[in-house]
Design a protein around this ligand. Structure first.
Ligand code: UGA
Length: 435
């Protein structure tokens, strides 16, 4: 008989995981403490933008395989409980806030049936899984806990969940591994690499991977700083080093750096955990990775000042992009919005456009102005900042846009626009890391 699955926490990760598991034929119930979210998901709608997920989730809800509930006891018949709740940065430090993880574990322990497996997917400090497992066995000795970190990227969430580039399972028994092999039978059939690990290693794989990605981005942004100082071009440099397969060309896009709900908080929580473990020196470099990343945002503001004036009061600034990256409406720790807010705080009049993230951006930063169209955003602007590389911005016609602005100056914060095209249309073109 097909396994029954519960997914605890229906945010980005949980909603995607629940819909994908249902699409594989499992009976899935998604549980969340937020009744408004549950009501929306039950109608087959999602509270955020993720390409392809809306259709998939609606189909699965319609099929009857996927249901949602705010009542934990509705998960009592499940064989596998995926723990997908958030672990944000704590308000008063660098560490991860485990309140939701701990509370969910306590709740699951109360209803999990004998022989069921709790599978953690949330990103947690190493040592959490072993602690949660001990607590689970104390409350519910007939169950078990495994850790199965998630590597999905926003914007590609469905594809990454259905066809991950590897599956990592932290287990303490063959029985737990075998249950997970049943869950991921479709992936095993397509020869997805399967890595069995112990609990701490499985937890560490996740933060190590995100730290490596953050390091790659900050590395190229450090090279961008050097290129600026030495008169070089970081886009050519990145292309050239990327041809070496040991380096690879992905995640070498220089610009305003990484943001979002994962990379920034994960490297900080990793540093905090290393310190607790007495191994802080090993991750000292991540402090620098974080600083380079924050500096990239400041460098855009410096470019604005260089082109306009030290005093930004009264200047009109157009910002293209609010999401932390394209194909997402996520504005958590968005470099684009951080820059927009800092410039607005310096007295400028900032107007933001984004094809998908305007609503969440306005909710978070009501002090900013928002425009429904690119043309409206650019009207009367003294400078245009391109800060999230949506495809629609790359396809803009700079010649036509010139008519709307007060001064034709553009700063490409993502090194994604076609410089020659903008120069040919008579714009002054600035970019990070390009002379
Ligand atoms: C990241 C990881 O890529 C996923 O593997 C992981 O599962 C996820 O975090 C998570 O921990 O849940 P995501 O936050 O969706 O995924 O975004 P990324 O695609 O990694 O981009 C992160 C940031 O880096 C974005 O702000 C992006 O604009 C920036 N970036 C990315 C660059 O500045 N340059 C690059 O070359 C690539």
């Amino acid at each position: 008989m097909a396994l029954k699955i519960s997914v605890i926490g229906t945010g980005y990760l949980g909603a995607t995981h629940a819909a994908c598991m249902a699409s594989l034929g499992f009976d899935v119930v998604g549980i969340d403490v937020d009744p408004a979210k549950i009501a929306l998901l039950s109608k087959g709608e999602i509270p955020f933008y993720e390409p392809g997920l809306d259709t998939l989730l609606a189909e699965q809800v319609k099929s009857g395989r996927l249901t949602f509930s705010s009542n934990f006891s509705d998960a009592s018949s499940a064989d596998v409980h995926f723990l997908c709740v958030g672990t944000p940065q704590v308000k008063d430090g660098l560490a991860a806030d485990l309140t939701c993880v701990n509370a969910s574990l306590e709740a699951i322990a109360g209803f999990a049936k004998a022989g069921s497996l709790v599978v953690g997917k949330s990103t947690v400090p190493v040592g959490t899984a072993a602690r949660l497992r001990a607590r689970l066995l104390e409350l519910n000795p007939d169950s078990d806990l495994a850790w199965n970190p998630e590597f999905l990227r926003e914007g590609f969430a469905v594809e990454d969940t259905l066809h991950p580039n590897r599956l990592v399972v932290g287990v303490t028994s063959d029985a737990a591994e075998n249950i997970l092999k049943d869950v991921y039978a479709a992936n095993l059939a397509e020869n997805t690499p399967w890595v069995r690990a112990d609990l701490p290693t499985a937890e560490l794989v996740k933060v190590a991977a995100n730290s490596f990605l953050a390091t790659k981005i900050s590395f190229i942004n450090a090279m961008a700083e050097i290129c600026e100082a030495a008169g070089g071009d970081v886009t050519i440099l990145a292309k050239a080093i990327g041809y070496d397969p040991r380096i690879g060309n992905r995640f070498l896009q220089a610009g305003i750096g990484f943001g979002g709900g994962c990379l920034p908080k994960d490297i900080r929580a990793f540093m905090a955990r290393a310190e607790e473990l007495g191994a802080s020196q090993a991750l000292e470099f991540l402090r620098e990775i974080d600083s380079i990343n924050i500096r990239a945002r400041q460098r855009v503001i410096e470019l604005v000042r260089r082109d306009l004036s030290e005093d930004l009061r009264g200047k009109k600034i157009a910002v293209l992009g609010a999401a932390f990256k394209p194909d997402s409406d996520d504005v958590r720790d968005s470099p684009a919005l951080d820059i927009a807010v800092q410039i607005q705080a310096a007295g400028a009049h900032v107007t933001v456009h984004d094809p998908k993230a305007m609503e969440p951006a306005a909710k978070r930063f009501p002090v900013l102005n928002f425009a429904q169209t690119v043309e409206e955003c650019l009207t009367g602007a003294d400078i245009v900042l391109h800060l999230t590389e949506w495809k629609m911005y790359r396809e803009l016609d700079p010649a036509a846009l010139k008519a709307h602005v007060a001064q034709a100056i553009v700063i490409d914060g993502r090194n994604a626009l076609d410089r020659e095209k903008w120069l040919a249309a008579g714009w002054k073109f600035r970019a990070l890391g390009r002379a």
